[in-house]
Design a protein around this ligand. Structure first.
Ligand code: FEO
Length: 170
């Protein structure tokens, strides 16, 4: 049986993952507006991944006989200065999420809840990937600087991103 404290904390994390989805969807909207469809595609897939993260936690609560309680999702940022600033914000956001996951893992340890620890180990590894992919793109955008042909080339690369399941199968 999940403790009340852990149930509440996992419900909070569901909200944080849904907020992440919302942040990436807003970033997709920015890129659509900038006529950078490859970046927008990448952000749409990132949005979908965050929905999957939220549902993993949702299903875990259901499987453990706990109540899912959905809360209001904050409005995401809307205005960005440049593609680089978007990815810097994404990286900063993922670092915050890593902190939340680590705190949640700490709580699962305190509560002696082994199944939650196992579930969160997946999230801990996922956060390493999440930070790495945002950071890689930040580095590439820094290299490109204000050179439009470089940005367009990168946009084409971003368009090649596959949904997670296909990435895993590849
Ligand atoms: Fe759900 Fe981007 O971490």
């Amino acid at each position: 049986m999940l403790s009340k404290k852990l149930q509440d904390a996992i419900n909070e994390q569901i909200n944080a993952e849904l907020y992440s989805a919302y942040v990436y969807l807003s970033m997709a909207a920015y890129f659509e507006d900038q006529n950078l469809p490859g970046f927008a595609h990448w952000m749409r897939l990132q949005h979908d991944e965050e929905q999957v993260h939220a549902m993993k936690l949702f299903d875990f609560l259901v499987d453990r006989g706990a109540r899912v309680v959905l809360k209001a999702i904050d409005a995401p940022p809307v205005e960005f200065e440049s593609p680089l600033q978007v990815f810097e914000a994404a990286l900063e956001h993922e670092r915050k999420v890593t902190g939340l996951i680590n705190d949640l893992y700490g709580l699962a340890l305190e509560e002696g809840d082994y199944p939650t620890q196992v579930l969160l180990q997946w999230f801990i590894s996922e956060q390493v990937e999440e930070e790495k992919s945002a950071d890689d793109i930040v580095q590439q955008l820094r290299l490109v600087g204000d050179y439009p042909p470089g940005l367009l080339m990168l946009d084409r690369e971003m368009a090649a991103r596959q949904p997670e399941s296909e990435e895993t199968e590849a």
